[in-house]
Design a protein around this ligand. Structure first.
Ligand code: FAD
Length: 472
């Protein structure tokens, strides 16, 4: 019998698992996907917003400000990248400038650092700002992270502390028992006292397995271009003034130097695929705040689905008709930025009052950052190669990733099991060739390390084999 089963291993589920692994609890974390952070937490703008945007009185406002404050320490503990880029909100004309005043007022009341920049000052800092821009509000403490790195690191920590992680385990049904619930999956049933619903765009469907949902989740698509990391287009995140449709089309310098351009906002198509119309919208709307946009340096496009809840705010509460079933739903933007605070809020307000939380003295909440050869000095690299020559064998030319790094990411707790899992952890395939050179090498390493034939190595889902058969 588990104390807690967490359904959904996105940023919320993985951080929840890590935080609960501080205590003497028997916990399982399950996900229908082949890896953690394979849905919304994988495809977003990666911004740790500071919290000026959500309306007063909402959980979004409360938890965004808190979450943003928690990230630098969290990333230090987990050995994850975080880059303080700052964010420019660029107004075009008097009406938008008036809206900036509202944002500045919220920032002032919420204790968020901000600064006004004149048109001239802003253009000196960001020469590619469009000529339509008349005034800029700067939020200098805004950061970007590598969202799935935080989720993977959190899952790794939880697993090391005893959390059981079951990937490729879709929850297909839930039964009530005298003492709690049984979570059904194809391969195993998990009996538990409590369930935490972190199922993202499927949170309403999961809730419907035990009760009558009093909210609905609608996927809202956002599409992006990714520019090659040799292009240094913007130093800051550049936003337009937010509107009822959201934060608008922005440019984001990522932690690895690529630039994201997007997203649009589309309720009509719940598929995680890009569309000609969506990308055309991005191309047109980015010109409002920026010029000289080097879309010819785009190396790929992607789309993500926001789990937009019918209540317009985060939903973090025990289900009224299912005791011990905790909904953490409607976690759209700023869900990533708020994630550590969402988890803290749910534990303190919903879990602690129902479950004794006894500290596990053996729990280790920190994670050592995996070796990244490109971050090391010449001497450190030489020493790594002396100890293990596989660190001299470059597998990915674009991102300069060695065989040693690929092997290490497979053999860690919550290690990579798929080609995409390796790509998410150490980046072969993220560069300009998009895997053309490195994918066969990664496939061969996975086959060797996992002790499976090459034909059984998958790209991502269990049926996504890359090689069909051996032909000689
Ligand atoms: C285009 C876009 C841009 C965004 N930009 C930002 C941003 O810059 N900053 C920010 O703060 N936020 C941003 N967000 C929001 C942020 O990405 C989300 O708030 C966050 O990722 C939600 O995390 P989650 O864990 O709730 O959901 P997910 O990451 O979707 O995790 C849910 C998990 O549940 C699993 N699951 C679902 N059903 C089942 C089932 N039946 N059985 C087992 N597992 C199941 C899924 O496989 C999935 O892994 C953006 C989102 C999008 C789409």
């Amino acid at each position: 019998m588990y104390d807690i089963v967490i359904v959904g291993a996105g940023i919320i589920g993985t951080l929840m698992a890590r935080e609960l692994s501080r205590y003497r609890l028997k916990t399982a974390l399950i996900d229908k996907e082949s890896d953690v952070a394979n849905e919304t937490s994988m495809a977003n703008s990666a911004i740790v917003h500071t919290g000026y945007d959500p309306e007063d009185g909402t959980l979004k406002a409360l938890l965004n400000v808190k979450g943003a404050e928690m990230y630098p320490q969290l990333c230090r503990e987990l050995g994850c990248r975080i880059k303080q880029t700052g964010a420019y909100i660029a107004a075009c004309g008097e009406e938008e400038e008036a809206h900036l005043e509202i944002l500045a007022d919220r920032a002032e009341r919420r204790g968020i650092e901000y600064a006004w920049l004149s048109n001239e000052e802003a253009h000196i800092q960001e020469p590619n700002l469009s000529d339509h821009v008349t005034r800029v509000l700067d939020f200098p403490t805004t950061c970007v992270i590598y969202p799935w790195e935080v989720a993977i690191a959190a899952a790794e920590t939880a697993v090391k502390n005893g959390t059981e992680l079951y990937l490729n385990h879709a929850c297909t049904g839930i039964d009530r028992t005298e003492t709690g619930y049984v979570v059904h999956t194809k391969d195993r049933d998990l009996e538990t006292k409590m369930i935490i619903n972190c199922a993202g765009i499927f949170a309403d469907e999961l809730y419907a397995m035990v009760g009558t949902p009093d909210f609905e989740i609608k996927p809202r698509k956002g599409e992006y271009y990714v520019l090659d990391n040799t292009v240094h287009f913007v130093k800051h995140i550049v936003f337009p003034v937010p509107s009822a449709k959201g934060k608008g089309v922005l440019a984001v310098p990522t932690v690895y130097g690529n630039t994201l351009i997007g997203p649009n906002s589309d309720f009509s198509d719940p598929e995680i695929t890009t569309t000609a119309e969506g990308l055309a919208y991005v191309r047109e709307n980015i010109t409002k705040t920026l010029k000289n946009i080097p879309l010819n340096m785009s190396i790929r496009t992607f789309a993500g689905l926001r789990p937009s809840g019918s209540r317009g705010d985060f939903i973090i509460e025990e289900a009224k008709d299912a005791p011990g079933f905790i909904n953490i739903a409607g976690i759209e933007s700023p869900g990533l930025a708020s994630a550590p605070a969402i988890v803290e809020y749910a534990i303190e307000n919903l879990i602690r009052p129902k479950t004794p939380l006894e500290i596990n003295e053996d729990a280790v909440m920190t994670r050592e950052r995996p070796v990244v050869m490109s971050e090391l000095s010449e001497e450190e690299r030489t020493e790594m190669i002396r100890r293990d020559p596989r660190y001299a064998n470059i597998v990915c030319r674009c991102e300069q990733i060695s065989e040693g790094e690929v092997v290490a990411c497979i053999n860690r707790p919550c290690g990579a099991r798929t080609v995409k899992g390796v790509k998410k952890r150490v980046r072969p395939g993220m560069g300009r060739c998009q895997g053309g050179f490195c994918e066969p090498k990664v496939l061969a390493i996975l086959s060797r390390e996992l002790g499976i034939p090459m034909t059984e190595v998958v790209l991502d889902a269990p049926d996504s084999r890359i090689l069909i058969r051996e032909n000689r």
